[in-house]
Design a protein around this ligand. Sequence first.
Ligand SMILES: [Zn+2]
Length: 274
Amino acid sequence: MISVQSYNNLYNYQSNKATAFGQNPYTPQYQDNNRDNTGKLLASAGLLQVLSSGLNKASEWLGHKLVTGKEFTSAENVQKVVHDMCKNNKLDIEVGLIDRNNLHSAINRYGQEFANDLAVVADGQNAFYHDGKKFAVAPKSKPALLPHELGHAVNAKNGFLRALQKSRRYAVFAPAAAVLLSNSIPSSNDGKKNFIERNAGILGFCAFLPTIIEEGIASLRGIKQSAKTLGKSVKLGALKRNYALAWATYLLSGIGLGIGTKYAIVEDKLRNGR
Ligand SMILES: [Zn+2]
């Protein structure tokens, strides 16, 4: 499983159900404390937890849809798309399709440090592109994920999109950063909330927005090349549907980060009796 905190260099398709929220550090984990809490803060915390668990359910559902989604065309046709995409964009990327039979050789090829990530791919639960090592892998059962991953490789050649791509590793710090910033603003005497407190949710979401945008562009590139290479002979409906589902999991992750950031602010207030 590849969760947000280990995203660093992996640009996932995020097709495994536990990815979006399960192990994320910003998932609300409210523990009762004995302080003299205000009912309002507790109610907020409770509501945020309910929202977060709803998002978890939605994300699981999307993950299930993705894993069981049909391929839009044959593996041979996808290979043609991959070939053209590499050629047209001058990509020097090693591309691999993995299952349990070739997992061992894939680990030898790409490196022991990817053993766990590659096992998830072999089980059909994920696909990813590694920018540093210049390879993209997808499950043998889901070759249609490759054009999306190569979309990330194309994005990496553009300075601006590359910056969006790299921002992912910092998004996870949004809740802690919001608490830190909020506490650094002197509180007003009239008890009004400061800017960070008022906008924590949207600020958290915005931290993930570059990722959401970059993921969408990667998919559009994959769809565009598929249309170009395969022409009218192949219907792209299933491809577009699967890519949209995957994109939706990122959207939910962004909302989750917004909720998590809001929660971090509320939790900090509860803990410190502010
Ligand atoms: Zn992706």
